[in-house]
Ligand binder design. Sequence first.
Ligand SMILES: [Zn+2]
Length: 212
Amino acid sequence: MMKVELGHTRSTSDLHRAKEWLPLWSYEHIRLNHRAFSLMCLFLEIMSNISPEESLHDSHSEFDDTMEGLFRVLSNAVVHLEERTKVKKCDPYSELTIFLGKLLIEQGVFPIRDNCTFCDCPLEKLAQIYLVTDHGGFSCGECTTQIEGAVTSSSREGRELWELLGSVANQRYQELNELKLENRDVVHTLLNYFYYQFQFQPHNFKSLKMVL
Ligand SMILES: [Zn+2]
């Protein structure tokens, strides 16, 4: 991570001259671990697809803080990944679940999980919970059997994702250690939810096949 001060350039130029730069932080262990490095590439690829194009010639851009949230998620994700890699406890499935959960919160599309997205009944004590991707939340078993054509997870995955996303939402990034995934397919279900919310396709992310 570097702090860069840009010099003035002509408004027609796409090249920007760095007047001063200062290294703030760098990872040491990620670069020695192929899977951790691939995972960091995936984080960057996802951020690159979500981030709006920055215009460095826009004199008002320094007052625009819309990118701060994305920066915070990415910065936390890389620091977390470095820490987990350092103690040799880096599980890509857990890291990706935390990252996607934090990103969905930041972007305001985190799945509704307190109550059923259809009938509003509390979900906490229910054994059968489903993630309904095209309705932006979880639902109870009764509603899920009645809704036709909805994109739903299995009951087992739904319940597990409900628990995992609860941990992600209720704890700060660096307080989360490793999520215990009983069924690793839940990461694919969460990825499908993410694709649906942002209208992506799996082929938009080339690093994915090196991670999962
Ligand atoms: Zn319901």
